[in-house]
Write a new protein. Structure first.
Length: 290
């Protein structure tokens, strides 16, 4: 497994990685704000310290089906077999027992439609990280020989909002995710980090887990170099920044925990507490970004 990873890490210097991150509909104000923030964080991390990554991020009003199709078609017109391609989906998904759909402003896009668009991309190494609810329902459509698929849920029937997405983003900025200490985060390392954190969240909150992340091919995920630490690592190794990030993560945990109390609370109390936490989260994010 490690031999395969080393072979891929030694790929030609001219090879590029195309990364498209899309934050879809939130449904509720807190989800909308957080999905956008996660996409923004991902965009900043991916654009730091590397010239071989072509990064595009769609969020808010820009995360529409036509713009997503245009972005994927553009990659298809540029990517070569020596290149890599990564699609990351943040938001809500639905599954009707037959078809998975990623929720977007305006028309949603189905897993079948996404697969058809991705199949046009010639990149020899591909990775899809679908972090939405019901994302497990997309695996069959997404699966392809040169494509690794990671989902936040094990099936389309796990329909609750997921926490996997924020732990995946956390893995991209935390050197602790680099288990083999080769200064590169593989797709498998990021998955295992986020999977462990997700399970830990439900244990700490004493709630039955409503999501079970899965990866369809661990060997290929281990051999997929997702992010090399460079200038980005300086941010997370700075003690002051780490303290700010820890504070932000603590607020995120409180927001997710509050949702489980919603049915037991008066609507006005829930809204008041949620609004206060969202204000604190926005301030924490601003401090991290400075």
């Amino acid at each position: 497994m490690k031999v395969l990873a080393l072979v891929l890490l030694a790929s030609p210097v001219f090879a590029s990685t195309y990364l498209l991150t899309v934050a879809g509909l939130g449904g509720e104000p807190d989800y909308e704000q957080r999905f956008t923030a996660l996409a923004t964080d991902t965009d900043k991390i991916l654009k730091t310290g590397s010239t071989d990554r072509i990064v595009e991020t769609l969020k808010g009003a820009d995360a529409t089906k036509p713009k997503m199709e245009a972005a994927l078609n553009k990659i298809a017109s540029q990517a070569k077999p020596a290149d890599a391609f990564v699609l990351m989906l943040i938001g809500h998904g639905t599954f009707d027992g037959t078809e998975y759909k990623f929720n977007l402003p305006g028309p949603d896009i189905s897993a079948t439609e996404l697969a058809a668009l991705m199949n046009k991309i010639q990149a020899g190494r591909q990775l899809v990280v679908d972090m939405t609810s019901a994302s497990g329902g997309a695996v069959t459509a997404f699966k392809k020989d040169n494509r690794t698929v990671i989902t936040a849920t094990k099936s389309g029937t796990e329909k609750n909002a997921t926490v996997f997405a924020r732990f995946w983003v956390e893995a991209l900025r935390d050197p602790a995710a680099d288990v083999d200490k080769n200064e590169t985060i593989s797709a498998l390392e990021a998955f295992q980090y986020a999977e462990k954190k997700t399970a830990g969240f439900y244990t700490e909150q004493k709630h039955l887990a409503t999501e079970h992340p899965q990866v369809d091919d661990q060997q290929h995920a281990a051999a997929f170099p997702l992010l090399r630490f460079g200038a980005a690592s300086a941010v997370v190794t700075d003690p002051a920044k780490r303290e700010l990030i820890a504070k932000k993560d603590e607020i995120e945990n409180k927001i997710d925990a509050l949702k489980y109390q919603k049915s037991l609370m008066a609507p006005e109390d829930y809204k008041k507490q949620l609004t206060q936490l969202l204000i604190e989260l926005a301030k924490a994010q601003e401090a991290v970004d400075k």
